[in-house]
Design a binder for this molecule. Structure first.
Ligand code: 76R
Length: 282
């Protein structure tokens, strides 16, 4: 057998399938079946490990594509978080990763499909115009108001772009969990009107902002895509901050009255060779 890593040309014949906005996102957490893995010859193992590394390196060179490789804690072994614009690429990459180490070696423990999205609660230009008229007396159409509105537009454009096309931080700690908003009698988020939801989200954002620089969140939407409504990905330098923010958020009304949470998956973003050493005993 050749010792060259083989990267199969992904023969994607379908036309690109890009959502009208945002990127496709997959969280893939695998267990490694060590019994199956150890049955392979050491040559085959080396080829498989090279193959997976090349696959990830090649995919990372595609435009707007980011992949975090993870050494997971307890609930899984090897993890990937993948962002890419074309859902065919996302699908093909997922299948290639799943079979990369040979049949039955990577066993999916938990997977999650979502898409980046902008927020429904971003302040509207009209509301901002009213706010500066009321609080600062800047009349509509005045040069001063227009100048402020131009800055506002630019800030929102930048912010919306960041949410749809984020640049993932290279921070030391990773945490993922899915969540939904409740639809129980008396606790039905979807029965609230937009103004009520915006008001409540204001509280959430105030807590969130106090963690700026310590916790980075990426909330990706998954209604219709997976079993929960959002995937919450948090990055931190210090794992203490993950525990702190999730705890503090529990006192916030959006989290404590209107949210339910799925399982938590924590891991350490690392280069694949380092993860191999830990989980495959190479
Ligand atoms: O978009 C932004 O980054 C700023 C405003 C903001 C929105 C719109 C924001 C800020 N969040 C938004 C939306 Mn959030 N967030 C969570 C969780 O564990 C829990 O209790 C909840 C999980 C955390 C820890 C967190 C952290 N956020 C959302 C949404 C979409 C809701 C919807 O559309 O109905 C969800 C599900 C969600 C959940 N949030 C922040 C944070 C942090 C740290 C911030 C501040 C970011 C910053 O300003 O740097």
């Amino acid at each position: 057998m050749s010792t060259e890593p083989i990267v199969h040309e992904q023969q994607i014949t379908a036309k690109p399938l890009r959502p009208q906005e945002g990127l496709g996102v997959l969280h893939l957490f695998y267990r490694i079946n060590l019994a199956v893995w150890r049955e392979k010859s050491s040559d085959d193992r080396a080829i498989a490990l090279d193959y997976l590394e090349t696959l990830i390196a090649t995919a990372r060179q595609q435009p707007q594509t980011q992949i975090v490789t993870l050494a997971m804690f307890a609930r899984a072994d090897l993890g990937f978080m993948v962002l890419t614009p074309d859902l065919h690429d996302l699908n093909a990459l997922e299948k290639s990763i799943a079979s990369s180490l040979g049949p039955d070696v990577l066993e999916p423990e938990f997977t999650y499909l979502s898409m980046t999205e902008k927020s429904e609660y971003t302040q509207k230009e009209e509301d901002y115009a009213q706010e500066i008229e009321k609080s600062e007396g800047l009349a509509r159409g005045s040069a001063e108001a227009e100048a402020k509105l131009a800055v506002f537009r630019e800030r929102i454009r930048h912010y919306t772009h960041d949410r749809l096309y984020p640049v993932l931080p290279e921070w030391e700690y990773f945490c993922f969990y899915p969540m939904s908003k409740k639809r129980a009698p008396g606790q039905n988020w979807y029965a609230l009107n937009h103004a009520q939801r915006r008001e409540l989200m204001g509280g959430h954002m105030r807590v969130g902002r106090t963690y700026a620089g310590r916790v980075r969140q990426l909330v990706t939407g998954s209604t219709g895509l997976d079993d929960w409504e959002w995937g919450v990905t948090l990055f931190a330098h210090d794992p203490y901050e993950i525990k702190a923010i999730v705890y503090e958020m529990r006192f916030d009304e959006v989290s404590n009255n209107y949210s339910e949470f799925g399982p938590f998956f924590n891991g350490l973003p690392l280069p694949l060779p380092e993860i191999y050493r830990r989980v495959l005993l190479v």
